[in-house]
Design a protein around this ligand. Structure first.
Ligand SMILES: [Zn+2]
Length: 314
């Protein structure tokens, strides 16, 4: 079950995926079909240049659509305080700024922003790999580790937009002890968060513990039968299964859609399904664990769904 129903009266919308390295601007019609797209390098030196670049993309989307009031959604790699609009983002010069408000002031019209993992989940829950499920959890296994939660196609945001920020759960003590894994500092300021070992950069830490060499996730995945890589992936899947188990205990979703670079590991959906089966509580039904339908395109598509929400409030 999802909430998105194409509405020809709602008009077109723009979706911008703002990444640490590139900006992708996509124009969608009212059925969320992609009409046109362009990409550019993300300015990283200062906030003013970043705002200018985003304003140019908004103007381009509006010129392409013929609608000077085209609503535009933006997916941002960071947390956004809903009360103040202030962004907390380590990889952009927007940290501490109300990005959507400043951009709306500069470009005019309706602009909304949300965390990129939330955009991914919104996209996959509406017409994506989570379509047809009531409770959908999007889990991004990328450079970092994050996610989002949709109920009936709507994001659940809680008091602080935190649902889905599972990268900052603590690591399971028995696996840390069993495999003699390191307790590492996390970007959030705490020590021993699951993100430090389950993310793309985390796999390198596991590989370093197992083999003494910090192989990248791509290197490990490229040679999955090498004994050190077998052990690395086994430990990674055990840790990730514990995370999935914790998500199940909290939210009991019908479907978990995997995203990010690690979702490209061969048969990762099957590997994690089996790993969760080994540790799940007896007699509970496992959520469907699936690869994404839209992958990297979900960022701009989810951002467009945010903008689509703006059109429905007209
Ligand atoms: Zn953390």
């Amino acid at each position: 079950m999802s909430s998105f129903t194409p509405d020809p009266c709602a008009g077109w919308v723009g979706g911008i995926d703002l990444g640490g390295t590139k900006i992708e601007a996509v124009l969608f019609d009212s059925a969320l079909s992609r009409k046109t797209l362009r990409r550019r390098i993300t300015p990283r030196d200062n906030y003013s240049d970043l705002l200018d670049a985003l304003a140019e993309e908004v103007a381009w989307l509006r010129s392409q659509s013929g609608r000077p009031d085209l609503p535009v959604g933006i997916g941002v790699p960071g947390l956004i305080n809903r009360q103040t609009g202030i962004s907390v983002t380590a990889n952009l010069p927007a940290n501490g700024h109300p990005l959507a408000q400043d951009l709306a002031q500069k470009a005019g019209g309706k602009i909304v922003a949300a965390n990129d993992c939330k955009c991914f989940t919104l996209s996959e829950a509406n017409g994506g790999a989570g379509e047809g499920h009531e409770h959908v959890f999007g889990l991004i296994l990328g450079t970092g580790l994050g996610g989002g939660y949709c109920l009936n196609g709507q994001l659940i945001l809680g008091r602080n937009d935190l649902p889905g920020e599972v990268g900052h759960y603590g690591l399971p003590a028995y696996l840390v002890a069993t495999h003699q894994l390191p307790l590492l500092p996390c970007g959030c300021g705490r020590v021993g968060c699951v993100e430090t070992l389950i993310s793309g950069t985390g796999i390198a830490q596991i590989a370093k513990t197992v083999t003494g060499i910090a192989l990248s996730a791509e290197q490990v995945a490229a040679d999955p039968s090498e004994p050190g890589n077998v052990k690395t992936l086994q430990i990674w899947s055990e840790l990730t299964a514990e995370l999935l188990h914790t998500i199940q205990l909290h939210l009991d979703p019908d479907c978990i859609v995997l995203g990010g670079g690690l979702s490209n590991i061969d048969e990762v959906d099957i590997i994690l399904s089996k790993a969760l089966d080994r540790i799940a509580l007896p007699s509970v039904r496992r959520p469907a664990i699936v690869k994404p339908a839209f992958g990297d395109s979900s960022g701009s598509r989810g951002a467009a769904l945010l903008a689509y929400g703006l059109t429905r409030k007209d």
